[in-house]
Design a binder for this molecule. Structure first.
Ligand code: SF4
Length: 348
């Protein structure tokens, strides 16, 4: 069976799920890193299709002791600087560069999540860490999925890749495309930046081959954000520098969200409560399947507005149904269990 279960083979969504399944199973970092995969993450300016996080295995386990929910940049600022002994928060935390009242909000939120401890001494809030926030993230790999990389798609992709490489927020940037029967893969003839790696993916077999190795990008050095790159040769490009502190903070904030959501969160925006929604499994992985349309539905079409949408009959959710809460809830639980399996140390 194709991973798309009969879907349009050019469906970017089906292809993206194949890449995520493959990366989760077969991505092999050079060291003993643990691997987490997520999709559709990035910054305000750039969203990557697939990201692979290479993580320190012990750090990942320690990260789990803080729970499954993500910490945003403001919370991370508190967590990473929380002292071992009771200290007035303004003495413990570096000046955030924004009003302290926002820091106080983050402190209370972190305490509510049992990530730090707080106490009042007179009018002063003192903080103390519960445990050190671990250094769990090693590398970030960004993959752009283009199942059908024709000439115009390649042309559109080049500026994006140039921006990614100039900014160097990810350690590696790849393009994944469907393998062809050609002697030389057409993608290798496209004029892509040499620093970007190329993966050819066979969704039928759930395999991928690295046909061009990427360059490791300088994530610990300042990056360049290209704001405007005119097509003609006479106008100057506009760009701005991005400091390493911003990059470090963004990488970890992205990793935190990726940790929480993974790539199976697609069901959150689809309709597993539709009576036609199913999960199908084969040797390549588990995929959503629409029995009404006999295909892998895209997240865009599998919505309440779908003309074929039919809610689960109420009886399916009652005690008469063998699965607690009906099949829609059961599907969500299956995906959640599989997501947690990749995050050692999280309680069920
Ligand atoms: S909402 Fe539409 S696409 Fe999604 S499972 Fe139901 S019928 Fe299929």
């Amino acid at each position: 069976m194709t991973p798309s279960g009969g879907a349009d083979p050019d469906s970017e969504f089906a292809f993206e799920l194949s890449v995520c399944q493959w990366a989760e199973r077969a991505w092999s970092p050079a060291d003993d890193a643990a691997v987490l995969v997520a999709r559709q993450f990035g910054t305000k300016h750039r969203r990557w299709d697939t990201i692979v996080l290479e993580c320190d295995p012990d750090g990942l386990r320690e990260r789990a002791t803080f729970g499954a929910d993500p910490f945003d940049s403001d919370l991370l600022h508190v967590l990473q600087n929380a002292p071992a002994d009771w200290t007035y928060y303004r003495d413990a935390l570096p000046d955030p560069g924004y009003p302290w009242r926002y820091v106080r909000e983050s402190i209370h939120e972190a305490a509510d999540r049992d990530a730090i401890e707080t106490r009042k001494r007179g009018n002063r809030i003192e903080i103390r860490r519960v445990r050190p926030y671990p250094d769990w993230l090693r590398r970030v790999i960004a993959i752009e999925n283009k199942p059908d990389l024709n000439a115009s798609a390649a042309r559109n992709l080049v500026p994006q890749l140039q921006r990614d490489i100039a900014l160097s927020l990810a350690d590696e940037v790849w393009v994944a495309t469907a393998a062809t029967d050609e002697r030389v893969e057409p993608i290798l003839l496209a004029d892509l930046p040499a620093a970007a790696g190329v993966l050819t993916v066979d969704p039928e077999q759930a395999t991928a081959e690295a046909v061009w190795q990427p360059r490791s990008l300088s994530v610990d050095e300042p990056g360049t954000r290209i704001l405007d790159r005119p097509d003609d040769d006479t106008s100057a490009a506009r760009f701005e520098y991005v400091d390493t502190g911003w990059k470090r903070e963004r990488r970890l904030a992205i990793a935190e969200r990726a940790y929480a959501r993974g790539w199976r969160a697609y069901a959150d925006t689809m309709r597993p409560d539709c009576r036609h929604f199913q999960l199908t499994a084969d040797e390549t992985g588990v995929y959503p399947y629409c029995a009404a349309k006999d295909c892998l539905p895209t997240a865009a079409e599998c919505r309440g507005q779908c003309p074929s949408y039919e809610p689960e009959p109420p009886a399916w959710r009652s005690m008469e149904w063998p699965l607690d809460g009906g099949p829609g809830n059961a599907i969500q639980r299956v995906l959640e269990r599989r997501r947690r399996r990749q995050r050692p140390g999280l309680s069920e």
